[in-house]
Write a protein that binds this ligand. Structure first.
Ligand code: SAH
Ligand code: SF4
Ligand code: F3S
Length: 476
């Protein structure tokens, strides 16, 4: 039975619509697009093979930087302009920009047929059907009720899936729009998460990434959904307990979780990472800056020394753990010398990979009240300097792996070269190899590394040693 959370009445048009979702932003948005596709399919609509064949195109938007919003606006503009040649096509927006702007998005993006915010994903089919019935542009972003959206269904999961464990964010980093658009923290219960992971494993998923903006806060904030959602009743435990429970799900070979925070890298978590066989030796631990004055201005809640200690603890427990990070350059008042501190600190830690962002003032954040004083050219220079440093570091780290055998989870044929296959190591590095008989997506193989580029490893399958039953017995 269909409920009608948007309160928009029965749709007039009930025929099957072919939909296509274009996703911008982070893994959480990817997860939401996947959930939206599952939801639309349950309401009788069908995925289009390609965007051009779609009756309805939905852009899942990101607000984290001005440029991310520009991209979404640009894409929406093109789609709306293209509607003249496509009678009856609908264009909609979902995600963080839709949440940030609220109903005003329908005025800011003329020609937009509908919008749903991050809190109201469950209303998507109704809002869409209302627009399809010709009842005018529709939006639903107002209520903060994550519980209405159980977000448990996946749309054709592959071998790897994202699972939300902690919605929202209670931190208040000075530059960040995410708490505005994703709301307060809310942890799903262990049993609720495990139920979803079991269903994924039964559908063939071998790797799950447990998602939360500050994922190590899992279980600390309100365990019960503020909306009284029945699926949220039960107990919520700290992250190490959840990792143990997910590790016990048959068929799940690999577990990752993102993003981390230095304050959460406690001995208990390091121990869980070391002892649970499915938990991968990889952590995404955003640093943002290596300078204490800037970190304090950003309200990140740690110093460079705290970060260093967190890494020491993890490396002592999990030798060879790969650490990746995020950095912001050109934060208000960051001097060239403070930028150099970040540079040196990155070298000291020896990150396996880094995403570098130019600071972008976001409306409604405390940092946006300060002057955005780094000239564009200087931000570009700092950005490029860190990218070049990281490239060199990547290459050195990867070259040291030549000759070693690494376990790869096979993803399938390489999108760049159909004669090759790709997979990922437990440390989250992309590895490309020649196929061998019997290879299938989802199998585990040992690959001997023969060549290293900054972003890719190349190798050969060693001894055809696929071992899908390595940790949990054979997979039903
Ligand atoms: N919750 C995650 C980050 C989510 S946003 C965490 O705190 O670890 C992903 C990254 O975007 C951040 O880590 C930060 O590096 C970058 N970012 C966020 N706001 C930004 C802004 N206003 N300007 C530039 N980069 C930003
Ligand atoms: Fe934003 Fe900070 Fe929360 Fe990450 S931890 S989402 S940067 S407020
Ligand atoms: Fe993610 Fe962008 Fe929203 S980073 S949480 S999609 S603002």
């Amino acid at each position: 039975m269909r409920s009608d959370p948007a309160g928009v009445g029965n749709p007039l048009r009930t025929d099957v619509m072919k939909f296509h979702i274009k996703t911008y932003g982070c893994q959480m948005n990817e997860r939401d697009s996947n959930a939206a596709a599952a939801l639309l399919e349950r309401h009788g609509h069908a995925p289009a093979d390609a965007e051009r064949e779609a009756d309805v195109v939905i852009v899942n938007t990101c607000s984290v930087r001005g440029k991310a919003e520009d991209k979404a606006r640009g894409k929406l503009g093109l789609l709306i302009a293209g509607k003249t040649g496509r009678r009856g096509r609908l264009v909609g927006a979902m995600g963080c920009m839709a949440q940030r702007l609220g109903p005003a998005i329908l005025e800011e993006v003329p020609g937009l047929d509908f919008a749903v915010g991050t809190h109201r994903l469950a209303a998507l089919p109704f809002v869409l059907e209302r627009a399809a019935a010709g009842r005018g542009p529709a939006s639903d972003t107002a209520e903060d009720r994550p519980g209405r959206d159980k977000r448990r269904r996946h749309f054709r999961p592959g071998i790897s899936a994202f699972v939300n464990i902690l919605l929202g964010c209670n931190r208040a980093c000075s530059y960040c729009v995410v708490p505005q658009v994703r709301g307060r923290e809310w942890s799903r219960t262990v049993s609720n998460v495990v139920e979803e992971v079991r269903a994924l494993a039964a559908a063939g998923v071998r790797e799950v990434t447990l998602l939360g903006q500050s994922v190590m806060s899992y279980g600390r904030a309100n365990a019960v959904c503020p909306d009284g959602c029945p699926s949220a009743r039960g107990y919520t435990e700290p992250l190490p307990r959840l990792l143990e429970a997910v590790n016990a799900v048959a068929g799940i070979e690999r577990i990752r979780f993102a993003s981390g925070h230095p304050s959460g890298c406690a001995p208990e978590l390091a121990r869980a990472m070391a002892e649970l066989p499915a938990v991968c030796e990889h952590l995404h631990l955003p640093l943002q800056s290596g300078c204490d004055r800037i970190l304090a201005g950003m309200r990140r809640g740690y110093s460079a020394e705290d970060y260093r200690q967190a890494i020491r603890r993890l490396r002592a427990a999990v030798p060879g753990i790969a650490v990746t990070t995020d950095i912001i350059v050109g934060y208000p008042t960051e001097t060239a010398e403070e930028f150099e501190q970040t540079r040196r600190f990155m070298d000291e830690i020896g990150f396996d990979n880094a995403f570098i962002f130019k600071y972008s003032p976001r409306p409604g954040t405390p940092a946006a009240e300060e002057a955005d004083d780094a000239p564009a050219a200087e931000k570009r220079r700092r950005n490029q300097t860190l990218l070049d440093d990281q490239n060199r570091r990547n290459l050195a780290i990867h070259r040291a792996l030549v000759g070693r055998q690494l376990e790869a989870l096979v993803e399938g044929v390489s999108p760049r070269n159909e004669r090759r296959w790709t997979g990922r190591t437990r440390t989250n590095k992309v590895v490309v190899f020649e196929p061998v008989p019997g290879l299938a997506p989802g199998s585990l193989v040992n690959v001997e590394i023969r060549q290293a580029w900054a972003q890719t490893l190349f190798g050969v399958v060693a001894g055809g040693a696929a071992k899908p039953e390595s940790r949990h017995g054979s997979v039903a």
